[in-house]
Design a protein around this ligand. Sequence first.
Ligand code: ADP
Length: 202
Amino acid sequence: MARPLGVVLTGGIGSGKSTVAGIFSKFGACVIDTDEISHSLTGKGGAALSRIAEDFGTEYIHDGSLDRTRMRELVFSDQKSKQRLESILHPMIRAEVVKRIEKCAFPYYLLVVPLFFEAGHYFDLADRVLVVDCVEKKQIERVAARSGLNEKMIRAIMNNQVSRSYRLDHADDILENGGEMGELEKAAYRLHCKYLDLINRS
Ligand code: ADP
């Protein structure tokens, strides 16, 4: 069977990536979420824990999982530790992504990569880049409601991500998510049909 078409879904924090991924999974697409894989590798019994304990010390493991708060504090202030953690996690995440792509029996996969442009790890698996987008004010409102972080903290995260205009300039497809869920679902369905059509023509 031909390799499925690879669609990478990206967007800023709170733009709606998980929401869009949920919609595409209802259409039957193979949704592969790199954040979810990362969480399972570092959650209870996760395959990355022993390497993390070896490199960082067992104090970073709490109750059988990665102590995310402690690790976040460390990597936020120490670039070397951030790179060390990434060098453990990234190859493991990628190996799992490749395994899931090999198992994908649908004409296309949707690979969710929040920091796609920033990290540059998955360019080779992206035939198309789909950006989910909304105005910054809406991103902040949504993240605040979801997480309780304040605007200053959310802006600090956004400042570590590429700009909205950079993302839009580098997108093959854009899903505008500033409105109602119903509109988003309809726009996502149109894209789903477009992907199937592109595959049929190729
Ligand atoms: P991301 O994965 O990009 O960080 P999410 O999909 O988690 O963003 O969306 C952020 C929050 O906004 C979530 O709580 C989600 O339920 C909500 N949300 C996303 N899109 C919409 C929408 N169109 N209407 C209402 N709420 C939305």
